[in-house]
Design a protein around this ligand. Structure first.
Ligand code: GDP
Ligand code: MG
Length: 440
């Protein structure tokens, strides 16, 4: 994948005190190939490589960074810039309802994503959305939206398949007005390819509804086609935002990198699974870190924060900053992570885990998690809060108490210390995964 390729490209530079013209040329070639292979748009790749090269050549040596690290930093910053720099919030109407029209090709994820976003707004701001079924070409499309609506407890306005979609939207909006819904989602039809008839219909809906947000839903797995599609829809409808779906598929990065640059329209959310909760705000900087394989502690914290106690997560962040993360916190984290699942997806977000198959595998097995918990339960309160006191005799006692071999106790304490170190670095803005790689 893109991450491995980029890492390899830059791995060759590590340990070099100075980077020669030839080194730089090689690295740039590798980066170019990595991006092209990840299906990033050709023009975007060209601009990207040019900018990185110019900055690398012109860069003054920053204190504390070796030249290789400096290039990593430049690549990270430019990846972020290419994807739009900062997150862009959902457009809101000055007066309710905010109208969100979902557009995109068939199968891109419009219906699913309308549900996810409605669900997100419900959870986040206690919103009362309404969803309008304006895809009348397949009866199954209406049934699907109704099912989604039931799942998240959001009403669906539908008139079957025999009414003109524009009329359905007109009546749906009237209904929303009457019921004081604060958001309205218009689930429109898609085609396998962009065609005139569909575009006309969407343009007519747009003209009637004056949506605050025309959200283009794009399947990230379609790579270059995703970009062409985005361009096509944007030319006809002047979309206001993009949601990239199926990022949980294999092609992380390619489409995300191209779409903003080609259309100038911001990616606002990303879909990372089929469940209603699998929607995240798009953060360009975090995506850049992820593409570079640095893990994404921030996303993990956000997920934790959402699904569990906000205050607790804040305390964790604070602890990471103060480096006072202890075994009680470790246990809390472990329990939360276990509840959150799916394991591998979450584990990949922890810095160091993404690049450390041994560590990741060791931690991924739920049975291992139970063993780790057993070990922590066998510690005294002092041992949990001051892990430095864990001398060999205490470790033997814990091993006996938890029924685990002492080697395992030792290994676990070592992993805990590594995790603590990584967390501390990440919270200070040092990208440990990358630095570890560079220093090896
Ligand atoms: P529509 O034709 O644009 O309305 O697309 P649907 O909402 O019907 O989605 C098509 C398929 O993609 C469905 O099977 C969805 O479950 C699936 N899907 C949508 N978003 C995601 C995502 O983020 N990840 C994964 N893995 N599947 C998704
Ligand atoms: Mg649909």
């Amino acid at each position: 994948g893109l991450t491995e390729r980029l890492q390899n490209a830059m791995k060759k530079l590590r340990g070099k005190g100075k980077i020669s013209e030839a080194d730089l040329r090689d690295t740039m070639r590798e980066i170019r190939l990595a991006l092209l292979e990840a299906d990033v748009n050709f023009d975007v790749v060209k601009d990207f490589v040019k900018t990185v090269r110019e900055r690398a050549v012109g860069a003054k040596v920053l204190e504390g960074l070796n030249p290789a690290q400096q290039i990593v930093k430049i690549v990270d910053e430019e990846l972020t810039k290419t994807m739009g720099e900062t997150e862009v919030p959902l457009n809101k109407a000055p007066k309710i309802p905010t109208i969100i029209m979902m557009v995109g090709l068939q199968g891109a994820g419009k219906t699913t994503t309308a549900g996810k976003l409605a669900n997100h707004l419900k959870t986040d701001e206690n919103a009362r959305p309404l969803m309008i079924a304006a895809d009348v070409y397949r009866p199954a499309a209406i049934d699907q939206l109704v099912t989604v609506g039931k799942q998240i407890d959001v009403p669906v306005f539908e008139m079957g398949t025999d009414t003109d979609p524009v009329e359905i939207v007109r009546q749906g909006l009237a209904k929303a007005e009457e019921d004081h819904n604060d958001y309205v989602f218009i689930d429109t039809a898609g085609r396998l390819q962009i065609d005139e008839q569909l575009m006309d219909e969407l343009a007519r809906i747009k003209e009637l509804a004056h949506p605050n947000e025309i959200m283009l839903v794009v399947d990230a797995m379609t790579g270059q086609n995703a970009v062409a599609t985005a361009q096509g829809f944007n030319d006809k409808l002047d979309v206001t935002g993009v949601i990239l779906t199926k990022l949980d598929g294999d092609t992380r990065g390619g489409a995300a990198l191209s779409i903003r640059a080609v259309t100038g329209k911001p990616i606002k959310f990303v879909g990372e699974g089929e469940k209603m909760s699998d929607l995240d705000v798009f953060h360009p900087d975090r995506m850049a870190s992820r593409i570079l394989g640095m893990g994404d502690m921030l996303s993990l914290i956000e997920k934790t924060q959402k699904e569990y106690d906000e205050k607790q997560a804040q305390e964790l962040t604070e602890k990471m900053r103060e480096n006072s993360f202890d075994f009680n916190d470790f246990l809390d984290q472990m329990e939360q992570i276990q509840k959150m699942g799916p394991m591998d997806q979450l584990m990949k977000m922890i810095p160091g885990m993404a690049n450390n198959p041994a560590l990741a595998n060791a931690q991924m097995d739920p049975k291992d998690m139970d063993h780790i918990k057993a070990v922590i339960y066998s510690m005294t309160e002092q041992e949990r809060t001051e892990p430095d006191v864990l001398n060999p005799s205490r470790r033997r006692r814990i091993a006996a108490g938890s029924g685990r071999p002492v080697q395992e106790v030792n290994r676990m304490i070592k992993q805990f210390n590594q995790m603590k170190k990584m967390m501390n670095q990440v919270s200070k803005g040092n990208f440990s995964g990358m630095q570890g790689m560079m220093n090896n």
